[in-house]
Ligand binder design. Structure first.
Ligand code: F6P
Length: 376
């Protein structure tokens, strides 16, 4: 029986999306002889029935191209902006899915996309998710595609910042992406030889960071590199947020419609301000000039690394094989050398935070990196 498959990309873009689309497509179309249609701009394209036929020509030459040929958005099926209102369009999406007589819908996305796909699954759509994000914060998989490329970009940036920090005897504070989880800052900080790494999971004390930098100066190192995740916070801010969360949780019980936490785009301005303030505090407390580099969207741009091309291809081919077995409602996940399905039920609503006792954290401390909670 010839199957018909739908595919979409949702959430922040990242290198590897087109490699994954290509792998799903070549396996589905060339190997199994199925039909494949793409929905444009994430779940919005499913609602608006904006499709593109993904045949051999469409899939050719996209392995190395960054971004997504389908376009993406952060629109959610149950909170879809339509004509100035925010509506639950889940049923409308199910109707489009049925109109196309689809056997499955492949969703390439992060933690937010898993939640949205799970909602569609509960309405009877056969969904399969592929783990996409530079944050590597998806539960149930060792790694997501996009992370390796962003790690390479951020690490190379930190490499380059060493020469200017050393030449000017400065503190360079380099902000990576990662508004809730610190894998990118931690990995790039270790790989790039940062002296301080600040991640959301370990609220920092700016006086401890300053003392670690002063200690380096006393040892003749009159420069320091501080790698900070955009979501890293001071101990004071962490305390204020916990209190705010508690009061928001209480408010939510009283008025459920109230917006809970800011969206990533709301966080961008806040994190930039936070990083600038941190740099200024460190300059005041150490006497060293400080400068800031915010890596931002450079970390999500350009061609995927070879590792991400291989990983995305493995996820995509495994996805098509799961459709052949009619195994739905799962995340295609990397476990060591294997790729295996993990029920979405075990994934949604959770993030893969950096454990404070993770081996990477331990290694960072052993080589003298300050994580903001103690002076090395
Ligand atoms: O989720 C991936 C990510 O790149 C985060 O690291 C970042 O904070 C966020 O997306 C930015 O979101 P947007 O692209 O909507 O500004």
């Amino acid at each position: 029986m010839t199957k018909s498959i739908g595919i979409l990309t949702s959430g922040g873009d990242c290198p590897g999306l087109n490699a994954a689309i290509r792998a799903v497509g070549k396996t589905a179309v060339d190997h199994y002889g199925w039909n494949l249609i793409g929905f444009q701009n994430g779940f919005r394209g499913l609602m608006e029935n904006r499709t593109v036929k993904l045949d051999g020509a469409a899939l050719s030459g996209i392995l190395t191209i960054g971004g997504t040929i389908l376009g993406t958005s952060r629109d959610k099926p149950h909170k879809m902006p339509v004509g100035g209102k925010v509506l639950d369009m889940t049923d409308a999406m199910v109707e489009i899915y049925r109109q196309h007589h689809l056997d499955a819908l492949v969703c390439l996305g992060g933690a937010g996309t898993a939640k949205n796909a799970y909602r569609l699954a509960q309405k009877g759509i056969n969904v399969i998710n592929l783990p996409k994000t530079i944050d590597n914060d998806i539960v149930g998989t060792d790694i997501s595609f996009g992370y390796d490329t962003a790690l390479s970009i951020a690490t190379e940036a930190i490499d380059r910042l060493h020469s200017t920090a050393h030449s000017h005897h400065r503190i360079i504070v380099v902000e990576t992406m990662g508004h809730k989880v610190g894998w990118l800052a931690l990995g790039a900080g270790i790989g790039g030889g940062a002296d301080v790494v600040l991640i959301p999971e370990i609220p920092y004390d700016v006086d401890i960071v300053a003392e670690a930098i002063r200690k380096r100066v006393r040892c003749g190192k009159r420069f320091s590199i501080v790698a900070v995740a955009e979501g890293a916070v001071s101990r004071e801010t962490a305390r204020e947020r916990r209190n705010a969360d508690e009061s928001a949780a209480n408010d939510k019980k009283k008025s459920p419609s109230k917006k809970s936490r800011p969206e990533p785009s709301d966080m961008d301005a806040a994190s930039a301000g936070h990083t600038l303030m941190l740099a200024q505090q460190l300059e005041e407390k150490t006497g060293l000039e400080s400068r800031v580099s915010i890596l931002g969207y450079v970390q999500r741009g350009g061609t995927p690394s070879p590792a991400d091309r291989v990983l995305a291809t493995r996820f995509g081919t495994a996805c098509a094989a799961l459709i052949e077995k009619e195994r739905y409602g799962v995340l295609v996940a990397a476990h060591g050398d294997e790729i295996r399905p993990v029920p979405l039920d075990d994934v949604v609503g959770r993030l893969k935070y950096v454990p404070v006792d993770h081996p990477w954290v331990h290694s960072a401390r052993l080589i003298g990196i300050c994580l903001g909670d103690q002076v090395p």
